[in-house]
Design a protein around this ligand. Structure first.
Ligand code: ATP
Length: 887
């Protein structure tokens, strides 16, 4: 038996589609009731878990190449080559150092990105696939990884097929096999036994792992699992691991390109000026002057490139993903993190997301005195898929409410179901808005939305009944109508026919989630409009919306009304109306598109198969982790593990925080690089030549520049990713699409701080250099000490400026001095590193530093501190300008 002895490698070659059901059963050794528990366990042991490889993993080489293939890195490598070529002896060390940095940068970047990818891959597993298997005659809801060959599985619309399987019973089963064949038109399945050599795409009696059931139901026997499935065999076609790109990182990459170009131009300009100045003032020949100046130009390039930035961005995004997961929002596509922050409209389901989905029947109504309540109870018990248990029924909440009510009202659900065996059923589907069952003896029952059910009933005063429906719905009750019909032999799935007898109405409550009320308030204060989209009755929807505090400028609209609207009227409705009732999935799609055309960033929730197009179209598709179908999860950007609206609001809040923190990292890091460029510009034009060597004086050695860029900037920048939320983060409006990354005021701030840093670095350098020379100490020591002091000065600037960057809005106390302890850990770590940089002998050799005294530390600290009053002054000026603008 090839399947069961653990070697199911050639199992996939077996033409299962050519077997009839009997042969299939005997080959796979499975009885009518499915496998036994022990058998399933044994097979899991031999065949292994049903894990379908989740796409080709990015290789380490690709990760590494991703780090190197960056214009900033190319500039660095170019600088290293030029250094070595220009001066084979002296340049060698600098060239090697630069390559060392490229390597270090690549290693750090690769590790960071690898970690981020792992975190994202792990998220995928937090939303496990489920499968319904039938073992020993019982329906079991199991983890899809536990499915084994021979298992009998049950499929319903919205499911992802868990393994390759041969169909044995179907009802209107349609499967979308795009993941396998690329064909996105759903295929209607059949049970006909096929020839052995039938192509995969034509094997209509088979279903394949990873494909999606989009309509109907079916039963099938699993033929192969895991890597042995067709999907497992063609792993090259699988969806690749998600890219780590987001709109912001793309914009930053573009910025990086522009910056690199600027740096190259600047470096060449410096080279020209430097050569000219050296030749003019020292009289050395061109080649000598060129060799000396090249080091200058390279230092400029190394200093001006923000080497630490890519690492900071990746860390901020990865932290964002993890924090959202903690708040029960699983981000499936990374760009969603940022997009969430700019959301302007959230379109949300009602049942379960805004309400608790715990329904209880509150009231019922009978159309006339000659209709008995017993019949209503019987219909509620029979036309119902919820299974009664000793602790109440389980299943769809609407049906649970009805089953519990029937039980409480004296009907024994289990008993009546045994007595009236069900012989056919039309399952509930949102589009149809009803469910029907047929029982032995020819009686059919039907329950569903009152308008739909009543339209098929005869001999009923529909107007009175609908008045009753309205009255109940106005109280926020969900109303269902029940009906019956005698003498049927089968249910017509296309058209259940007229002539039904109306049995009565049932009204149930589904209380709002208290946390949803709070979250809606928060969203609306944050300038995000909340629209409720529901399949429920208009009056019920309006009443619940009112309870939830959704702003309703206009009365609710129904799906029918939307269908009748031309584009202009629809656009008006989309913009102004906030409650949509009796809505079908196609309305959702039109709504998303219209809102987007109006410039909105739209988040849309969905759970059904037919919600997939709207979820894909939305800027943020939000799927439900508990009640959502596999199809909807697949189409979404974010999955809520608790199905709760409050989680969307939390994710929006996190999204805004991540974006803020990315901007803060950028705002923090850029002045340092700009200041280094300015420092070298000043040095080139104004610094004297070295007293002894008669070469241009470097205010900082290339290695020291790398220290600032790779060690100081990163140690201080990383903690910014943990920065707490800005106060009132949800009281400001959403970021307008297309806003530049750096606002005008940040550009001004960056320039001012950079000039300040450069001026301070140049001054302390010259002052220290001159003082030491004046004391008669050697020139080499003077240079080293002066450079060390210049680096320390910049580091203190960074430390104090970091505190200023913790919030982009106002004083630090607005977010709390100690709300982010990581900042102080980063500062502490950097001070220790800095001490090592200055005092540890091996570091002195590597970085060409020299120990400095306490006085020098004080000078560096005081210089750095000047950034604080400067930022306060800038802020004051900004505030005044804002006030003037407001007037
Ligand atoms: P939302 O779209 O916010 O989740 P909903 O749950 O009311 O709202 P649907 O599930 O599409 O939306 O239900 C639409 C209507 O169909 C309900 O108002 C109800 O009248 C009817 N209905 C819901 N569940 C069932 C069911 N299990 N059997 C029969 N009819 C149902």
């Amino acid at each position: 038996m090839p399947v069961l002895n653990g070697n199911n490698s050639n199992n996939q070659l077996t033409p299962w589609h050519s077997y009839d059901v009997e042969a299939l059963r005997s080959e796979l050794q499975v009885g009518i009731d499915g496998l036994t528990a022990e058998d399933a366990k044994a097979r899991l042991g031999t065949c292994g878990p049903n894990e379908i490889p989740k796409g080709r993993k990015t290789t380490v080489w690709e990760l590494i190449w991703g780090q190197i293939n960056n214009p900033l890195v190319w500039v660095l490598i170019g600088a290293g080559l030029v250094a070595m070529a220009a001066d084979p002896v002296g340049g060698l060390k600098n060239g090697l150092v630069i390559f060392g940095v490229v390597v270090l940068n690549t290693v750090i970047g690769t590790l960071q990105e690898g970690k981020a990818r792992k975190a994202i891959e792990a998220l995928d597993q937090m939303v496990p696939d489920r499968a319904i298997v039938i073992r020993e005659g019982q329906n079991l809801d199991v983890d899809a990884r536990e499915v084994v060959p021979g298992d009998r599985i049950q499929l319903a619309s919205g499911d992802r097929v868990p393994a390759d399987a041969r169909l044995i019973a179907i009802k209107g089963l349609m499967v979308e096999e795009a993941s396998l064949t690329g064909e996105s038109v759903p295929i209607e399945k059949s049970l006909t036994v096929l020839e052995a050599k039938t192509d995969l795409g034509d094997q209509l009696n088979m279903v394949f792992a990873g494909t999606m059931v989009v309509a109907g139901t079916g039963h099938a026997i699993v033929t192969s699992t895991g890597a042995q499935t067709q999907l497992g065999l063609i792993s090259s076609m699988l969806r690749n691991a998600d890219h780590l790109d987001t709109p912001l990182t793309k914009a930053m990459a573009k910025l990086g390109k522009t910056v690199s170009l600027g740096i190259i131009v600047l470096a060449i300009a410096m080279l020209v000026v430097g050569v000219w100045r050296t030749m003019a003032s020292t009289g050395v020949p061109f080649t000598k002057a060129f060799q000396e100046t090249v080091l200058f130009a390279i230092s400029l390039a190394v200093g001006a490139i923000p080497e630490g930035l890519p690492a900071l961005i990746t860390i901020a995004l990865a932290i964002g993903v993890q924090r959202m997961a903690k708040r029960r929002a699983i981000v499936r596509k990374l760009p969603a993190i940022e997009t969430l922050g700019s959301t302007t409209v959230i379109c949300t389901d009602k049942t379960g997301t805004l309400t608790q989905n715990k329904m209880t029947v509150e009231t019922h109504w009978l159309p006339s005195p000659d209709r008995a309540v017993e019949e209503l109870i019987l219909a509620s018990a029979l036309c119902n898929d919820a299974s009664p248990t000793s602790e109440g029924a389980v299943g769809d909440p609407t049906e649970v409410a009805l089953a519990d009510w029937a039980e409480k009202s004296g009907g024994n659900v289990g008993f009546v179901r045994d007595k009236h065996t069900r012989i056919d059923a039309i399952p509930f589907e949102s589009e149809r808005q009803y469910m029907a069952t047929l029982h032995k003896g020819g009686t059919a029952y039907k329950k569903g939305a009152p308008e739909v059910v009543l339209s098929r009933c005869s001999g009923v005063d529909a107007a009175t009944a609908l008045d009753r429906v309205h009255a109940m719905a106005d109280d926020g009750l969900r109303v269902l109508a029940l009906a019956k019909k005698e003498g049927l032999s089968a249910l017509n799935h296309e058209d259940p026919g007229d002539g039904w007898t109306f049995l009565g109405l049932v009204g149930m409550i589904d209380p709002p989630r208290p946390e949803a009320i709070e979250a809606i308030g928060r969203c609306q204060r944050a300038g995000i409009s909340v629209k409720m989209i529901t399949g429920d009755h208009r009056a019920t929807a309006s009443a619940i919306a009112k309870e939830l505090g959704i702003k309703q400028d206009r009365p609710a609209l129904t799906g029918h009304e939307l269908s009748d609207m031309d584009d202009e009227a629809f656009a008006q409705a989309a913009a102004r109306t906030s409650v949509f009732a009796r809505v079908a999935p196609e309305h959702k799609l039109r709504l998303v598109k219209t809102l987007q055309k109006q410039g909105n960033v739209v988040a849309m929730t969905g759970d059904g198969v037919n919600d997939a197009p709207a979820l894909k179209q939305a800027d943020i598709g939000v799927a439900m982790g508990i009640t959502g179908t596999a199809v909807s999860k697949d189409a979404s950007d974010v999955v809520l593990t608790d199905d709760n609206f409050a989680t969307i609001a939390a994710a929006v809040e996190e999204g805004r925080r991540v974006y803020d923190n990315l901007i803060k990292s950028l705002a923090f890091i850029l002045p340092t690089n700009l200041s280094l460029a300015i420092t070298f510009g000043i040095a080139l034009v104004f610094f004297p030549f070295d007293a002894v060597t008669r070469e241009l004086l470097l205010p900082m050695a290339p290695m020291q520049l790398l220290w600032i860029n790779m060690v100081a900037s990163v140690a201080l920048g990383v903690p910014l990713a943990f920065e707490a939320m800005e106060r009132g983060i949800m009281d400001r409006g959403p970021r307008a699409p297309g806003t530049p990354i750096l606002a005008k005021n940040l550009v001004v701030r960056t320039a001012v701080v950079a000039v300040l840093m450069a001026a301070a670095a140049c001054m302390v350098f010259m002052w220290e250099y001159r003082t030491i020379l004046a004391n008669g100490l050697p020139d080499e020591l003077a240079r080293r000490e002066a450079q060390t002091l210049a680096v320390n000065t910049l580091t203190f600037f960074q430390i104090f400026y970091l505190l200023m960057c913790r919030t982009l809005q106002g004083p630090i106390k607005s977010i709390g001095w100690f709300s982010n302890k990581a900042i102080y850990a980063g500062i502490g770590a950097l001070l220790l590193l800095q001490a090592a940089f200055v005092y540890v002998p091996s570091m002195n050799v590597l970085f060409e530093t020299a120990p400095i005294d306490l006085r020098s530390w004080l000078i560096a600290g005081l210089c750095g501190l000047t950034v604080v009053p400067v930022i306060y002054a800038i802020r004051k000026i900004e505030e005044r300008a804002q006030r003037n603008e407001a007037h």
